[in-house]
Design a protein around this ligand. Structure first.
Ligand SMILES: Nc1ncnc2c1ncn2[C@@H]1O[C@H](COP(=O)(O)OP(=O)(O)OP(=O)(O)O)[C@@H](O)[C@H]1O
Ligand SMILES: O[C@H]1[C@H](O)[C@@H](O)[C@H](O)[C@@H](O)[C@H]1O
Length: 364
């Protein structure tokens, strides 16, 4: 079917957002060899999607003097610390747990983010998106005090690191030291592997829980109901950051006035775009324009849900949800731009240490 492209007037949301989590350096390994080295960290993937969707934000992140990536949002540089580094092993059969698509090791760790590192002002919403244990319970507590709504990636709360090798293990959410703060959190996002470390039935009484299921999309659980949100097709070459980009797309959709089920579709779309590339994805500018047009056309609220509080949040799938899925899926069919016309929050430059040698894992 041929669809006519009608450009929509674009609006830039005016909500103030705070992203908290360290940038990191990712080394992807397969068969004992390094296949790629890239900028990583949930904060960088989410910034990338926010910039794509014209959502402005403040970012609090820490790195060491060794940090060489040219980023648009400067981190706090700690002279006595190194940038957090993860090694991701993609070897088949290497995993201890059938749910894992890779084994992660934290081989360097930057300083934690303390409450005093956060800006001394209020935000409409905040995102606690640590990767290496940098978010402390007192930091999350300060976030819920200064932000009207807080979104949390459970990976910031339940990761523990083996003393010798830094291998990432998960601990139960109840034992994490963050449990008492959950009633003050608005959304908790977990992958299906991480969701095994929490009692979804209990947590959904306090906050909305979003569980991502890789190529199968995601599920949203709230106090009185739950729903599945359909995925988008993708040719997966690297799963890294899919969950982060999902969260960026989901929150970006809410900020633009979408209701929860429609925003979750935008999350699924950005997750699917991310797995098709290695490391931090570059988005085609024409594709982005089509996505933004579809979001503008679809928005059911004139204002973002933050302005109406909890009661204004709508969880049930509105009429036209399936059509919105189809129109988002069709945005992927536009002819792509040349590489120079792609958007990414973090520009490549001569100073960048990013290198891609070959995809770490092939499509499924
Ligand atoms: N192979 C895929 N095909 C299509 N969409 C995908 C695929 N993998 C992931 N996605 C999309 O991205 C979202 C997040 O993926 P996933 O559940 O793998 O997150 P994750 O395990 O937290 O990822 P990561 O830890 O690598 O950031 C999914 O809900 C889905 O919408
Ligand atoms: O860059 C990646 C990405 O942010 C992943 O979501 C996280 O699980 C990894 O620890 C990190 O290295």
């Amino acid at each position: 079917m041929v669809t006519t492209h009608i450009p929509q007037p674009q609006t830039t949301p005016i909500q103030s957002a705070l992203i908290v989590g360290n940038y990191c350096h990712d080394v992807l390994l397969q068969g004992g060899a390094v296949v790629a080295e890239t900028l990583g960290g949930a904060a960088s993937f989410i910034s990338n999607v926010f910039s794509a969707l014209s959502v402005s934000f403040h970012l609090t992140s820490k790195v060491g003097l060794d940090f060489k990536y040219p980023v648009n949002h400067d981190p706090i540089v700690i002279p006595t610390s190194k940038t957090t580094v993860f090694h991701a092993y993609f070897d088949q059969g290497h995993t201890e747990n059938a749910h894992q698509d890779r084994v992660l090791k934290r081989v360097e760790v930057c300083d934690p983010i303390n409450p005093s590192d956060l800006p001394d002002k209020r935000f409409d919403f905040g995102m606690a998106v640590g990767v290496g244990g940098e978010i402390l319970p007192e930091t999350l507590e300060k976030m819920v005090e200064i932000c009207d709504a807080v979104f949390v990636d459970i990976q910031a709360l339940i990761r523990a690191f083996d003393k010798n090798e830094g291998t990432v293990k998960l601990v139960g959410l109840k034992e994490s030291g963050f449990y008492h703060l959950l009633p003050r959190v608005k959304f908790l996002k977990a992958s299906s592997e991480e969701a095994l470390f929490m009692d979804v039935e209990e947590v959904r009484q306090w906050c909305c829980v979003v569980v991502t299921h890789g190529k199968d999309g995601c599920e949203v659980f709230w106090k009185d109901g739950e729903m599945k949100i359909e995925p988008f097709g993708a040719n997966q070459v690297d799963p890294t950051g899919a969950g982060d980009s999902f969260l960026g797309g989901f929150v970006g959709g809410l900020v633009h006035g979408l209701v929860v089920p429609d925003a979750a579709l935008v999350g699924n779309l950005f997750g699917s775009l991310t797995v098709g590339q290695i490391g931090l994805p570059k988005f085609d500018l024409r594709l982005l324009q089509r996505i933004k047009d579809e979001v503008q056309r679809r928005k059911l609220h004139n204002t973002c849900w933050f302005e109406g509080g909890n009661d204004s949040m709508s969880f049930t799938k509105p009429d036209g949800h399936d059509e919105f899925h189809a129109s988002l899926a069709s945005t992927k069919l536009v002819p792509t731009c040349s590489i120079q016309e792609c958007q990414r929050d973090v520009p490549r430059s001569a100073g960048s240490v990013e290198q891609v040698i070959q995809p770490p894992c092939n499509g499924q």
